[in-house]
Design a protein around this ligand. Sequence first.
Ligand SMILES: [Zn+2]
Length: 142
Amino acid sequence: MILVNEKVINGIKYNANLTFPNECCGFLSGKRRKQLLNIDKYHPCENISNLPKQEFKINPVCHIKLQKKLRSLDREVIGVYHSHPNGALELSKKDIYYFGDNNLLWFIIALLDANKSNVIAYMKKNDIKEKFMTCEYNIKYE
Ligand SMILES: [Zn+2]
């Protein structure tokens, strides 16, 4: 089960609006306990792509700094997020190309208009190259 804090969903939507018309990007962190993934924080990073309206490339320094920080907090990186300013719900060809062989979830914020966006989560299917599936997640309200 995937549990995402409401603040995280609102935060990444805000991040996506703020960087429009460019794609925003960052990491999601929390705790992993067997089948339960509990995401409680988001960490915006700089998009260093030369084509930030069409793709994202996370500044690697952001990743390194975050991993150091999380180690001391007993948390880990659970997912990556980025926005689709054009509103596309699906992964782009480039997204699929860069979707690593790691255990990270991918969250996409599809911007429909200034006040409306959808957040979709994807994970890689076991052992099948370039096959992805959307995942259900539950929002934790505080
Ligand atoms: Zn994308």
